[in-house]
Design a protein around this ligand. Sequence first.
Ligand SMILES: Cc1ncc(COP(=O)(O)O)c(C=O)c1O
Length: 385
Amino acid sequence: MTQVFLASRNAKKIEEMARILREHLPEIEVLGIDDVEGYEEPVEDQATFEGNALLKARAGYAATGLPSLADDSGLCVDALNGMPGVLAGAVPVFAEIDQTLCLDPQSVQKAITPKTRAVLVVHMCGAMAQIDALGDLCRRHHLTLIEDAAQAAGATFQGRMLGTFGKAGCLSFDYVKTITCGEGGALLTDDEKAYRLAQAFTDHGHDHLGADRGSDQHPHIGTNYRLSELHAAVGVAQLARLDHILDLQRRHKAILKEGLAALGRLAFRTLPDPAGDSATFLSFLLPTEDEARQSAKALAAAGVDGCFYWYDNNWHYHRKWDHIKTLVSPGRLPIDRFGYGTDLTKIALPQSDAIMSRTISMLIKLRWTPEQVRDRLARMKSALA
Ligand SMILES: Cc1ncc(COP(=O)(O)O)c(C=O)c1O
């Protein structure tokens, strides 16, 4: 398999960042810009990262050709995402999540119609969806699989990095992600056409085939979602720490999870491959919604920070995302051309609600000392007992 990173020129730090990132994808051969027919100055190891994961995902849609299919093509997404598809011109069709906190393959199967073109899966909170089952489903139905691995840098399924299973995948390096370069991220794809489309889309439509910027052609319009060299300089240093960060997170999480499991009261998020979890979050489920709400309050009162009850939160879950459901936009959206075909304010996702209303996700931090981990566990146990 050939794995391609977005490319641009004269970006030494970005190249270095891409080279280090590739070291995490050892099984993958990289197609550099020098392999692209028509390129005038072969340059080794070029790579571009984009400035914004949402729009990275959007570039992924552009890359997969969805806009050209856009006349009411369906896109299957979960309750935690959907906007990039809307921006790219697709109509989001929501499916349920399961206890992986990611798309439920069975629900996706039911949501597929003759108009469905793609499935967008979000690897939520640092760990994997049932990506093998979703991949099989997409192959059977000839659908494009797109992965949002924004929160899951370094996470793997059966040894393979999340974001490399579908036609395109994205990572975010914004300031709250596993590694950060301030803002930015990467788009991964194994498809040369997708690579070239996305590369141009993120840089004003430049084809990057000319000897200099002024001699480039512009096959289509584009944006300026580029990562800067300054950001990449931070990214280089952060990527060098990725393995250490994952190791620390996994150790902290294992202690807390084992201690909380002993309470016998909690269920945990299902991990299709626990070894590949990046362990950025510990997500646990209380028996009922009331108990989850009370527990979230009790944890806060006990000084246990970083615990998110997404169900009541104003982001990352559809319930309170009215701006997305009503599609309020400063300008016309691509799908305004043909109507949405569905009223997003009326979507009902009872299975997702039943899971999310009982789920609390706690951030796993790097700087905790062993004493702080022990202290946190003790406080959590008494708050959740
Ligand atoms: C699942 C998911 N997708 C996309 C994004 C957007 O990432 P960025 O801030 O790099 O645009 C985020 C960021 O919070 C995210 O959590």
